[in-house]
Design a protein around this ligand. Structure first.
Ligand SMILES: [Zn+2]
Length: 243
């Protein structure tokens, strides 16, 4: 959030008064559903007519990061490489890091009780990582075969996604119907305004998520094939990143 605030200040973004946007305003912008297409007005939720600026998926991810950041940050994560990514092979606990006499050591946290592992010097850890990287290397021929399989699979799944699209369209229709019924209940005073708003907001979110899913399917099956190919090509080049 600090970094984002600095970045925004650098852009020279100002509020209505011409003064730089305050941090609290930035935070409220980041958590306003308006930007993914749902409007809040006087406590009521509306489906906005403007095209969404961000996807609901990205919005949800931002909320996760904001929630994480409100917890105190561990400074060690910045100081040592690979922290939080490794577990002890013997006991499964996280690996921590410390500096002793100018050397960096990576010991097991041993939080689950006794563990026979001694600490690992940084150099030895790098050697282990290097060997691990070499293990995931995939040669050209194998990688070509894998891609062929994937492409055949993608062909099959594009047929499956057509039927999935139809299903989502039905679900969207069901959402609209539920909203109508909800309104009827509200008009008939069978539910109060609070319950009405809460349920309507939930349905609008559901609808937005469905619309995004539909968009993803229509724009080429979520692009998994491209992601998978990128991953494979990283494995293929694994030799060149080993130090
Ligand atoms: Zn251990």
């Amino acid at each position: 959030m600090e970094e984002f605030y600095r970045e925004v200040s650098r852009w020279g973004l100002t509020g209505k008064t011409g003064k730089p946007v305050r941090k609290s305003v930035l935070a409220s912008i980041l958590s306003n559903p308006f930007y993914y297409g749902v409007m809040r007005y006087r406590g009521e939720h509306y489906e906005a007519s403007h095209p969404p600026l961000v996807s609901k998926k990205l919005f949800d991810r931002v909320q996760e990061v904001l929630a994480q950041q409100s917890k105190p940050m561990k400074r060690d994560r910045i100081k040592y490489a690979f922290l939080g990514l490794m577990r002890c092979a013997e006991c499964g606990c996280m690996i921590t890091a410390e500096t002793q006499k100018g050397h960096v050591y990576y010991p097991c946290t041993k939080k689950r009780g006794p563990c026979g592992q001694k600490f690992l010097r940084k150099e030895a850890l790098l050697e282990q990582l290097r060997n691990a990287i070499l293990k995931i290397h995939v040669d050209d021929e194998t990688s070509k075969k894998i891609v062929e399989r994937w492409e055949a699979f993608a062909e099959d799944s594009s047929q499956a996604s057509a039927s999935r699209s139809r299903q989502i369209e039905d679900e969207l229709k069901a959402c609209d119907e539920k909203m109508e019924r909800l309104l009827d209940l509200y008009i008939a005073r069978e539910i109060g305004p609070e319950e009405y708003q809460r349920k309507k907001g939930k349905l609008l979110d559901e609808k937005q998520a469905l619309k995004e899913k539909l968009g993803e399917i229509e724009s080429g099956g979520g692009g998994w094939l491209e992601l998978a190919k990128t991953f494979l090509s990283a494995c293929n080049q694994a030799y060149s990143v080993a130090w």
